[in-house]
Design a protein around this ligand. Sequence first.
Ligand code: MCN
Ligand code: CUM
Length: 806
Amino acid sequence: MNEMSPTRSEREAKLEGMGCSRRRTEDARFIQGKGNYVDDLKLPGMLFGDFVRSPYAHARIKKIDVSKAAALPGVKAVLTANELKPVKLDWMPTLAGDVQAVLAGDKVLFQNQEVAFVIAEDRYIAADAVELVEVEYEDLPVLVDPFKAMDPKAPVLREDIKDKTEGAHGKRKHWNHIFTWEIGDKAGTDTALNSAEVKVKELISYQRVHPSPLETCACVASMDKVRGELTVWGTFQAPHVVRTVAALLSGITEQKIHVIAPDIGGGFGNKVGVYPGYVCAIVGSIVLGQPIKWVEDRMENLSATAFARDYHMTTELAATKDGRITGLKVHVLADHGAFDACADPSKWPAGFFNIVTGSYDIPVAHVAVDGVYTNKAPGGVAYRCSFRVTEAAYCIERAIDVLAKKLKMDPAELRLKNLIRAEQFPYKSALGWEYDSGNYHAALRKAMETVGYQKLREEQRQKREAFKRGETRELMGIGVSFFTEIVGAGPTKNCDILGIGMFDSCEIRVHPTGAVIARLGTKSQGQGHETTYGQIIATELGIPADSITVEEGNTDTAPYGLGTYGSRSTPVSGAATAMAARKIKAKAQKIAAHLLEVSENDLEWDIDGFRVKGLPERTKSMKEIAWAAYNNVPPGLEHGLEAVNYYDPPNMTYPFGAYICVCDVDADTGFTKIRRFYALDDCGTRINPMIIEGQVHGGLTEAFGIAMGQEIRYDETGNVMTASFMDYFMPTAVETPVWETDFTVTPSPHHPIGAKGVGESPNVGGVPAFSNAVNDAFAHLDIGHIQMPHDGWRTWMAAKQAGLHK
Ligand code: MCN
Ligand code: CUM
């Protein structure tokens, strides 16, 4: 070797592969304002669609008169349910096995429900025409409180299914009941509770919130009547699923539908489902033969598209006097709004809520979930939720603190006592999951040491004394949370969407010069996929990441995939990427052996190519092999260097983390200052540490928003009180605390590169940490569980209830 040739570590660094904090390639266009979002699309002859929405939460539609609107110059068409009925599109199927009105026909079921769709030459004319549509309503009794949904006298909401005793998930108990989902050992759990030395029971509510991505939902539908082809650009987290649904609904054959998700300005689960806007734009375009754009405004997004949570969890824990948990029972009342449009895998009407035993070795547990209809917007699964894992983590993490208070035990100590031990992995939980790997004690101990936990407790003790003496009006709270996530849906044996198994895919082509294009079935909404998939391929194939282009979101070019949500991209498509690369590498080895005139088995991999074992100077780089793949392949081998992999994960991945939050509550204003927030995440093998940190910062900021102020609230007549950022708390840089991040690495044993997902972890673990901190500030006082969100008013009320305002 001459002295100019690069060292091994230089060769490795040049790849910018896994483990490298490589700068995000997509940011070059984003920070220069050169992103390409749906609303940037302008097609010749493009029209604009806008909705007439219901001011009522529950009302019968007596009459719709569109004549004035239709007569307005520039208006091309006005669609109502009557126009959609002949093509059987006035209703559409939801991902949860229910149906949803595309445009309300006989009655409306929530405020701002879609009633008519006006199509005009531009957005302004459409808005004017919306005002001219006259709808006569007869208001009906409104059901807002889910606890009253199954009263014998509750109003009938869904007249279309009121006599159906069977739903998509079994028996219905009431006209407003959707499903009961039950799992675990009921008798065993009751025995554990009845014989427990110590018991706690608490109603833990997770309020309705909304992910509100920066970019609202949008689409452009364009029907080419000559070719009989439909192209739809949209804010889709799962473009292939949208194409399949569009084919099934429209009758246009699937290959003649082109679904394209361009750049997306945040999804957070809000952009998984199919909305009336998409259907109406498509129908309009088919009818008029012109492209139609539909873009929601902020109020429409906040009040009518997929909300999150609204889970009311009655939680019971049984334990011994010295703090061993012996059983867990949870009953959930789930408010799904007017239609069950939860975006869960088909067989999981309550998502993966049965991860509610959390990170603890709980011998027996039982969960029952009742879903009900109310006069609110549909949705339920969104907002970094991992299919209801957020609710589950909040439930168990609050319950642990409630139990610690009852036992007069330190909440961290109670956790250490019950956490699943490293040697128990793979761990089979009482509610049916097999946790792949973890070292929980190491993580929690590292967190406690880093923040100086014992010292903080001592400071808190002193501060409480000082409060009693009247020297301060602040209460100090320390919130601990330990969470286990379950991401990577999922094994096709138990996870599907509309019958399509939840595998995912990657296709890689190596061009003659050694440059690569990779295409995937997932779709980034800001997570940095163009950067990180390239890093996996770089390491696997020894090709610099800068020579690799990653493309997603075009159903014509990408292999079929189920999309990005549930932090599944890394666990499923990341695995598909590694596996596709390995197919290519296996072929490359054959070509290298041919070129070096040795047997395949005489070769070994070395960073960016193959070398002959024992003769390290005899090498063929991947670049050389790529060239040879197009002109000098061994006899009998096909030309080219490409592969596709459809990966069906054998299990989910189980990332975890330990979060600690320190806050100071002002007893007189209720204002809570987050003094410190430490987040340790373990997502197995780390592909890009900088991107992981970004994901954690974003997720913690959302968790802060949820825990400290966000709530989609309705008044008793079903008016949405929080349909704008004036009323719905959106944290800015001003309010957002400083985040300290940390990590441990426990690879997933079944994932090809050992990686687990991370995108939703900070929200799952963050919310209980904040809530536990605020509750902990009051833990020495005689008040019960304080509900989220912990805004100034609620916290002030808690202080008042605790007798601190005398
Ligand atoms: N990553 C990594 N190493 C790991 C795990 C992940 O470097 N061990 C990187 C990945 O390569 C990817 C990112 O972290 O670039 C997130 O990966 P993953 O955890 O697999 O999650 P997904 O890519 O599937 O993203 C979905 C997840 C979800 S469900 C929501 S909701 C959410 C979230 O991502 N929405 C987001 N983070 C978001 N971030 C942004 N900016 N915008 C959204 O809409
Ligand atoms: Cu549940 S929000 Mo994400 O899965 O898109």
